[in-house]
Design a protein around this ligand. Structure first.
Ligand code: TXA
Ligand code: MG
Length: 541
């Protein structure tokens, strides 16, 4: 196709755009929410081209845009205008609200995707209004992005996705709302929000009474679940980089990301302006923490920036609270993150780990004696393998490893993973997430503000990311060997194998905040531990 025309809002350009549309062409137009990819809504052939340009599945219906409320009747777009639609129109149109009603016969199947309903919206952006007025058309317009990618909020975003695929883009500057319209269906016993936007449930309820929120707005659909809004079932807003949402306090958010950045690369963060300075990783701003509308305005630009970071990058973002305007942010971010949310503890977690035989358990005993709750990873691991889901996953991975009483045959499992790093990492991939979850739950239920994680595999399980302070107990290899030979019924070779399977000393030194050297007597270890304890527990503000 030819180059895409770049138009602005001069009368001449608007007339050019209107002519293209009347001719069955495609024009990207600015709206207050996001840019839309418009075609004559009553021309099925023109509408079909929208799907081709976007790579959009044909079973996902489009929103029909009109200039004025009277156009809905004039063009027979719906079979009946419910009284609640009139009230919504008075309160919110022109504006970022889309109302689903029973469709009129003139609506082509391409627009409604075979449903008996049609989505209608009157945008408030002056350029969209001019284009609708000048063309005197109803315009079918989905967001003007490549299907699955973040919606475009500038003409440059549109050109990035659509150059050469559409006749023209009408540049109306950056969109002022930034997330797509609130979609509500009136074709239900109770009106139901199918997609949240900046017009909130609360605002709508003030006008038409009780409103439901569709389950798919906040939850991932099950495989066999039917979507009320077909758009909800597709992968959406997904940048190439992996996005993970973190739910927790500000402190925990910053701590987790900074630790992840030290351990893994590349890592980046989407975060609020107020927190950017404290991050040690590249950041993309989500706007001000105190201004959700600002966050909505910036969201898709931020996701596009994240897209440019490439697929190896892990990008952490704060998980929004799912009410008010936050629901619109949550709905987009949770999809960008493929529904992955990590819950952060709101306590201080001291991670206690170290080399085998170095004396970690003794230090755990001291901490316990001095009143700190100690969560044992070993005990959590025993519980984790008895968890039904974990058990099922283990059997799927390693075959029949159950005892007659249906508990896990730990010996058999041990033999399978022994000597096979690949099998061991499969085992860990299944058990570690559950172990961490159990430990975090136990920490949350423990009294007090500070909890110790006693975890020989703190780093392997990535439990270190949740820790506010990491302590490693270290000792010379010969000493550790001596202690273990005395204590355990194992051969020197077996113990050496276990030592070699651990990280090397430099690793503990690099990723810990404190080191306790135990080439010494019990009394001296206890003294060192006490000094650390006082620093962590008593001196902390
Ligand atoms: O703000 C917006 O709504 C933007 C601007 C351009 O107006 N448009 C937009 O369109 O976001 P689109 O196609 O990207 O999203 C429309 C959503 C989809 O999730 C679609 O499945 C749903 O609305 N939808 C459209 N018609 C529907 C219908 N009859 N029943 C249920 N859902 C419908
Ligand atoms: Mg869209």
């Amino acid at each position: 196709m030819k180059q895409t025309l770049h138009l602005t809002n001069t009368q001449h350009d608007i007339e050019t755009a209107a002519a293209i549309l009347k001719d069955g062409g495609l024009v990207a137009m600015p709206t207050e929410t996001v840019y839309g990819l418009a075609a004559d809504a009553l021309n099925g052939k023109a509408v079909r081209r929208i799907f081709e340009a976007k790579g959009r599945p044909m079973d996902n219906p489009l929103i029909v845009h009109v200039a004025d409320f009277s156009d809905i009747e004039r063009l027979h777009l719906v079979s009946e205008i419910p009284e609640k639609a009139v009230r919504l129109a008075e309160a919110f149109w022109p504006g970022p609200l889309t109302v689903i009603m029973k469709k009129g016969d003139v609506i082509p199947d391409e627009v409604s995707a075979g449903l008996d309903t049609v989505a209608i919206r009157i945008p408030s952006h002056p350029d969209a209004h001019e284009l609708l007025k000048t063309s005197a058309l109803a315009l079918a317009a989905p967001s003007a992005n490549t299907s699955g990618k973040p919606s475009p909020t500038t003409a440059q975003h549109v050109i990035h996705d659509m150059e050469g695929r559409i006749e023209a883009v009408l540049d109306g500057g950056a969109c002022s709302v930034g997330v797509e319209s609130t979609v509500i269906t009136l074709v239900a016993d109770t009106p139901r929000i199918l997609r949240p936007g900046v017009i909130t449930r609360e605002e709508i309820e003030a006008v038409i009474g009780p409103v439901e929120v569709d389950r798919a707005v906040l939850h991932q659909l099950e495989h066999d679940e039917k979507a009320s809004s077909p758009g909800m079932k597709y992968k959406h807003y997904a940048p190439r980089a992996t996005v993970k949402l973190l739910r927790g306090t500000n402190e925990a958010f910053i701590n987790y990301i900074n630790r992840a950045a030290k351990r893994f690369s590349p890592v980046a963060a989407m975060c609020f302006d107020e927190d950017r300075e404290r991050m040690t990783v590249p950041t993309v701003t989500l706007g001000s923490k105190f201004d959700e509308k600002d966050q909505a305005r910036r969201l898709f630009s931020a996701l596009r920036e994240v897209d440019r970071m490439g697929e190896r990058t892990v990008v952490y973002a704060p998980c929004p609270k799912a009410d008010g305007v936050g629901m619109a942010l949550y709905n987009r971010l949770i999809r960008a993150a493929a529904f992955e949310v990590i819950d952060l503890p709101d306590k201080k977690i001291i991670g206690l780990t170290g080399q085998t035989g170095a004396g970690k358990s003794e230090v755990a005993d001291y901490f316990r004696e001095w009143g700190l709750p100690v969560v044992s990873a070993d005990l959590a691991a025993r519980r984790a393998v008895e968890d039904a889901d974990v058990k099922a996953a283990l059997c799927a991975a390693f075959g029949d490893i159950l005892l007659p009483d249906r508990s896990i045959n730990r010996r058999k499992l041990g033999r399978i993973v022994f000597d096979s790093p690949r099998q061991l990492s499969r085992l860990n991939g299944i058990t570690h997430p559950r172990i961490i979850q159990l430990m975090l739950e136990e920490a949350q239920n423990a009294g007090g503000e500070i909890v110790v994680f006693d975890a020989p595999q703190l780093f392997e399980a990535h439990a270190d990311l949740f820790c506010t302070h990491i302590v490693s107990v270290i000792a010379d290899r010969e000493l550790r060997m001596e202690r273990l030979l005395r204590r355990e019924h194992r051969t020197e070779e077996e113990i050496a194998d276990r030592m070699d399977a651990q990280y090397e000393e430099w690793f503990f030194l690099r990723f810990s905040d404190s080191i306790l050297y135990n080439n010494t007597t019990r009394g001296e270890l206890r003294r060192q531990a006490r000094t650390l304890y006082e620093r962590l527990v008593c001196d902390e503000p």
